[in-house]
Design a binder for this molecule. Structure first.
Ligand code: PLP
Length: 375
């Protein structure tokens, strides 16, 4: 019997070698490899600057902080997201304001944004959920009208496109994740992209204890530099070992996205033949990297979602529930919201195995098992 995980990072000898070179070099914290990874990432997504961090959560926290989001401010975001999206807002002392999603795309329903705006609203955080681009232009029109910042949660979206242009290259601040569940991985890690040199500068300081000079600048200077701390920051620095992995992962990224697309195409074809299942729809403006592949179980299904997941697990197929609804968690019970589409989608969707090394036989087995159970 097959035993199929939900995902597998696509790592090899190349990453091992590059990491071991870093160890041999003697510089293991944020240094030359981080700078190289940042350059490669910015060039790939089409942003002027990229600033590496320890995770997407810290990337979001840094991005919100340098955007001046603080106590008393409100940030609008979808509740259908990983909890870290909202946590980053709460860690700034600000208030997350949840709005519903468009159930076709699982992304923020842009028609819900304006009614949620108050005089306290400072920013909108669209989430490119599971890698599928949110409607950035529609968000931008609202943001400009009300003078709001946009911070894109692009945790899952490296390699995805909106209107022919990669996520991260649309002029807003965007935050990416390199957790192993995402498209490329550095173990843990994150990246902020921006076109604004002042924002990039503040991000670099913020992640480095608020310090006025970087370690590299101090290292290469042939004079004494006494650093200053113009503001209070954090330690959100990526290590050079992680960045070395990231550099190699960037080279593999086109292949990874291509494979995922291929696998998603097979799921689309086969699963759309099953009457009880709805397969994901890709908006006409999007190129999807398929960070996740989700299906919705319709009311006609003979088994409920959790039962399907359990039966699949018994057959060796790992799945995950669809994206959570943050406002339903106990930790967010004081942020009241009525979000019927979010609740419905969160309860009825599940994620299927998808990763570059998933073989045709293995995928065939997953599809076979789903057909068996839903017969
Ligand atoms: C994974 C994820 C995060 C958190 O990323 P980390 O790198 O694990 O901190 C944030 N938002 C979304 C939408 C995610 O999927």
């Amino acid at each position: 019997m097959f035993k199929i995980p939900i995902t597998k990072p696509f790592l090899g000898e190349e990453e091992k070698q590059l990491v071991s070179l870093v160890i041999d070099s003697g510089w293991v914290s944020q240094g030359p490899r981080v700078a190289e990874f940042e350059e490669a990432f910015a060039a790939y997504v089409g942003a002027k600057y990229a600033v590496a961090t320890t995770s997407c959560t810290t990337a979001l926290h840094a991005a919100l902080s340098v955007s001046g989001i603080g106590p008393g401010d409100e940030v609008i975001l979808p509740s259908l997201s990983f909890i870290a999206s909202a946590n980053s807002i709460v860690h700034c002392g600000a208030t997350p304001v949840f709005v519903d999603i468009n159930s076709e795309t699982c992304n923020i329903d842009v028609t819900r944004i304006e009614p949620a705006i108050t005089e306290k609203t400072k920013a909108i955080m669209p989430v490119h959920q599971m890698g599928l681009a949110a409607d950035i232009d529609a968000v931008r029109i609202i943001a400009e009208k009300h003078s709001l910042k946009i911070i894109e949660d692009a945790a899952c979206a490296v390699g995805s496109e909106y209107k022919g242009k990669r996520i991260g290259g649309h002029g807003n601040i965007a935050c990416f994740s390199f957790h192993p569940r995402k498209i490329i991985t550095t173990g843990e890690g994150g990246m902020v992209t921006t076109d604004d040199p002042a924002v990039a500068e503040r991000l670099r300081r913020f992640r480095h204890h608020g310090m006025s000079v970087s370690d590299i600048e101090r290292h290469i200077a042939n004079r004494i530099i006494i650093e200053t701390y113009p503001e209070i920051g954090y330690n959100y620095r990526m290590t050079d070992m992680q960045a070395a992995m990231g550099i190699e992962q960037m080279r593999k990224l086109p292949f990874i996205v291509e494979k995922r697309k291929q696998i998603a195409g097979i799921y689309d074809n086969e699963l759309s033949k099953i009457p009880h299942i709805k397969v994901p729809k890709v908006s006409s403006y999007a190129f999807h990297n398929y960070q996740s592949y989700w299906i919705e179980l319709l009311d006609s299904s003979p088994v409920r979602r959790d039962m399907l997941m359990m039966k699949l697990l018994e057959k060796g197929v790992t799945t995950r529930r669809g994206i959570m609804a943050i406002h339903m968690e106990k930790s967010y019970s004081r942020y009241k919201a009525s979000l019927p589409e979010t609740e419905r989608i969160s309860a009825r969707t599940l994620l299927l195995p998808i990763y570059p090394t998933l073989t045709e036989d293995e995928q065939g087995y997953v599809i076979h098992c789903i057909k068996e159970i839903l017969k």
